[in-house]
Design a protein around this ligand. Structure first.
Ligand code: CMC
Length: 428
């Protein structure tokens, strides 16, 4: 690989350093370009801009590869537990037995949320979207732990904030759900595993003896792992950029939840099921919807299709599609929406529009079908994504803080009016 890039601007040649990552990805370091030449680079949506060097997640969009800290997603989804993967992302290595015990115990100790937070739930209107509630609740945690607002606190305190977040996120998510149902909340049961405890808080009622089905627990564990990190996506970049101003971790993650909520990002999982339901209610004819998605005068898109980075296939979607089949069979659920999803995939994947643009089902296309089978309501789907993505956000934030990255602050090219004089109101 060449060690420098040469760029000619206004007849002058500038040399810029070139950087190569451990998996052979190449980048031109343009950080000195403006100082040397007066030019900046322009790249809306950061489609070709690396915002950081990172050693957390590697993905190759062309080959459909996804690794967390070097470990293939297929192996982790098959064999690991969600807390094990969380430890891997945050601390950089898989835990040994003692380390996992220590981590699990610490997380388990922090699952309760302050009783004063119950009053916040009461103030939300009936039917409030749980992503709005979750984002507010996570940000509110910083007011219960004011020491988290100090950017210069000792490492042990930072670690406690990290563990508190992982511990309290499922509690708050389940409370948001219970609130929307008008049911009494369930307190965490610290004898249960992370995923079982979440299911218990979601589904146990005073009138039932809820027992966690191991099929459901396994499926949930897999889904959380598949969502755990995805390098510099919209929400992770949001967490990093908010955190770069030294805003506290709770607020940074709350901003990440808001970014995830959008239908082009994590909110797509809810949109997919709503789209499939609409297609079903419309009689199930698929070509009409594929044609609508291709029509540039129609704003409709096939939700759950396409990805900024994956242009061949999304490895997470492959695993989820198989898991959806397995879970539905094991739970004895017959969901006609799964058949529509499969037929839609078949029609779209034969269509030149989707082939030419590299549009394949992404992680959100089949995840909603599993969530439905597990009894999770549609507006909780993106909350499930947020619980899964939390260790990734934390790992990205921690890496940014430890590297001492400067505050995130892109530049722009101004295209507005040039300098002009103020005109008195009466003369306009
Ligand atoms: N249906 C129809 N056309 C599409 C779709 C789609 N789902 N996705 C992209 N296209 C077209 C788009 O119109 C454009 O066509 P043209 O070149 O003729 O203008 C071309 O494909 C490239 O699309 P883009 O919008 O420039 O690509 P992007 O990288 O900016 O957007 C995306 C990626 C995921 C936002 C987009 O594919 C999309 O909106 N998909 C549907 C929403 C979705 O499923 N989001 C979940 C993403 S995976 C979960 C996560 O990690 O967030």
């Amino acid at each position: 690989m060449s060690e420098i890039a040469r760029i000619i601007l206004d007849g002058i040649e500038y040399e810029l350093p070139v950087f190569e990552g451990t998996e052979g990805e190449k980048a031109i370091d343009i950080s000195s370009l403006r100082a040397k030449s007066g030019y900046i680079t322009l790249d809306s949506g950061y489609k070709n801009t690396g915002s950081t060097k990172s050693s957390i997640t590697f993905l190759d969009g062309e080959k459909g590869i996804l690794h967390y800290r070097g470990y293939p997603i297929e192996q982790l989804a098959e064999k690991a537990s969600f807390l094990e993967v969380s430890y891997l992302l945050i601390y950089g290595e898989l835990p040994n037995v003692e380390q996992l015990e220590w981590f699990t115990k610490s997380i388990t100790m922090h699952t309760l949320v302050h009783e004063d937070m119950r009053r916040f739930f009461e103030a939300f209107p009936t039917g409030a979207h749980p992503m709005g509630i979750l984002s507010s609740m996570i940000s509110s945690l910083s007011t219960f732990y004011p020491e988290s607002q100090n950017p210069n606190r000792p490492y042990k305190d930072i670690e406690k904030t990290i563990h508190r977040l992982i511990a309290k996120m499922p509690t708050l998510a389940a409370q948001a759900f219970k609130n929307s149902q008008g049911h009494p909340i369930n307190y965490p049961n610290n004898k249960l595993s992370y995923t079982s405890n979440f299911l218990h808080m979601m589904y146990a009622l005073p009138s039932n003896d809820y027992e966690v089905d191991p099929v459901v627990e396994d499926a949930l564990n897999k889904l959380l792992i598949l969502h755990a990190d995805h390098e510099q996506n919209c929400s992770a970049s949001t967490v990093r950029i908010v955190g770069s101003s030294q805003a506290n971790l709770y607020s940074s993650v709350s901003a990440g939840i808001a970014a995830l909520w959008g239908p082009l990002h994590g909110g797509a999982n809810q949109e997919v099921i709503e789209m499939l339901e609409t297609i079903k209610a419309d009689g199930g004819g698929l070509q009409k919807w594929v044609d609508k998605a291709k029509d540039k005068t129609d704003s409709f898109r096939l939700m759950g299709f396409g990805h900024r980075v994956y242009k061949n296939f999304d490895p997470r979607a492959k695993i989820i599609k198989k898991a959806a089949d397995d879970v539905l069979v094991k739970l004895g659920v017959d969901d006609p929406v799964l058949d529509i999803a499969k037929q839609l995939e078949e029609v779209a994947l034969k269509d030149p529009y989707f082939i030419e643009r590299g549009l394949y089902p992404n992680v959100d296309f089949y995840s909603g079908i599993i969530y439905r089978a597990l009894g999770i309501p549609t507006d909780m789907f993106t909350v499930m994504f947020a619980i899964g993505r939390l260790p990734g956000w934390i790992a990205q934030w921690k890496e940014m803080i430890e590297a001492g990255d400067p505050i995130g602050r892109p530049r722009q090219i101004y295209t507005g009016a040039t300098a002009r004089d103020y005109v008195e109101l009466k003369n306009r």
